[in-house]
Design a binder for this molecule. Structure first.
Ligand code: ATP
Ligand code: PRP
Ligand code: MG
Length: 281
């Protein structure tokens, strides 16, 4: 049975559970549940702190995990990223009081508060910057005002927490993070992982693409198909009306409106877009 670690709370928990539900897995009913068995799919889910998930997977106690790329790197665990999951996006950045620092060289000799010393320490060492890293559990933005640090390195999503603390980012982003699927590094693929991965891949495809149907004159099919090449190749079916065909093709969701405009301009009619609920590509 495949053992899968899922964030029990925090920024990634809800989206992870949603993705697993879309992939056809049974998720816990109560947010206090620690474990859920899904015997129909031969998997077991363990709800853990996102920060601890890479440790369990790296040790081989659990086969697969969903966590943040930043948490994976910070842990130093023997786990590797398998697929990025397209949610929980954030950047990891240095910040300091407005006007105080403008490049990472300004960090030399300073105190830097962070919950991610496993990322910050090697980052500074590689650049030959010597600074004191102060490890805090959370609410790192308050540390400068409270006098325990001169700068911070933390997760930034909207930037509103930094703003509230009168801090501003400086230097290049240390890292771009998002939720990732992880497995043990340098280990054989766990039994059942291929099916699990295919199901997750399918959710990603179903979210990224829509299905587009339209009718077009035969003499315009080649131009239309260039606009909607699909993944393999579009389906072209005859229509009862002489000289016309029906085309069905998958189109990236974010391009759908533009593609419809272009199709309409070359004479396509009855252009319909539908969501893909599930798929195997
Ligand atoms: N707005 C956000 N705030 C915090 N983390 C975010 C945000 N957006 C995405 N993430 C990602 O979520 C993960 C951190 O999750 P979470 O905040 O639950 O962990 P934590 O900070 O260690 O735990 P907690 O906040 O419960 O103490 C990281 O991978 C981070 O990049
Ligand atoms: O850029 P923003 O949209 O403001 O989001 C980033 C903030 O959110 C997170 O904190 P979280 O709520 O996880 O609390 P924590 O600091 O206690 O972990 C993160 O640590 C930042 O503080
Ligand atoms: Mg947090």
């Amino acid at each position: 049975m495949l053992k899968i670690a899922v964030p029990n709370k925090g920024a990634l928990a809800e989206s992870a559970a949603q993705m697993l539900t879309e992939a056809g897995y049974h998720q816990r009913r109560n947010t206090k549940d620690l474990v859920t068995l899904d015997p129909d799919n031969d998997v077991e889910f363990f709800y853990l702190r996102p920060r601890d998930i890479a440790i369990y997977v790296g040790e081989g106690t659990l086969d697969v995990g969903i966590t943040g790329r930043d948490l994976l790197l910070d842990s130093g665990a023997k786990a590797a990223e398998n697929i990025s999951l397209g949610f929980g996006a954030s950047t990891f950045r240095f910040a300091a009081p407005i006007g105080a620092m403008s490049s990472i060289a300004d960090l030399a000799g300073s105190r830097i508060a962070t919950s991610y010393p496993g990322i910050v320490q090697p980052y500074l060492a590689e650049r030959g910057i010597s600074a004191d890293v102060v490890r805090l559990d959370g609410a790192v933005e308050s540390s400068v005002r409270l006098g325990v640090a001169d700068a911070i390195a933390d997760v930034v999503e909207t930037g509103s927490t930094l703003k509230q603390a009168d801090l501003e980012v400086f230097g290049e982003p240390i890292l771009s993070s998002e939720a990732v699927l992880i497995t043990r590094r340098d280990a054989p693929e766990p039994e059942g992982f291929a099916v699990f991965k295919r199901r997750i891949d399918s959710v990603l495809v179903a979210r990224t693409y829509i299905m587009m149907d339209y009718d077009i004159r035969v003499d315009q099919v080649e131009r239309a198909v260039e606009l909607t090449p699909g993944i393999e190749s579009p389906t072209v079916s005859p229509l009862h009306r002489e000289g016309w065909v029906a085309v069905r093709s998958m189109v990236p969701r974010d391009a759908a409106q533009k593609v419809m405009d272009s199709l309409f301009e070359i004479g396509a009619r009855g252009i319909l877009v539908t969501d893909i609920l599930a798929c195997r590509i």
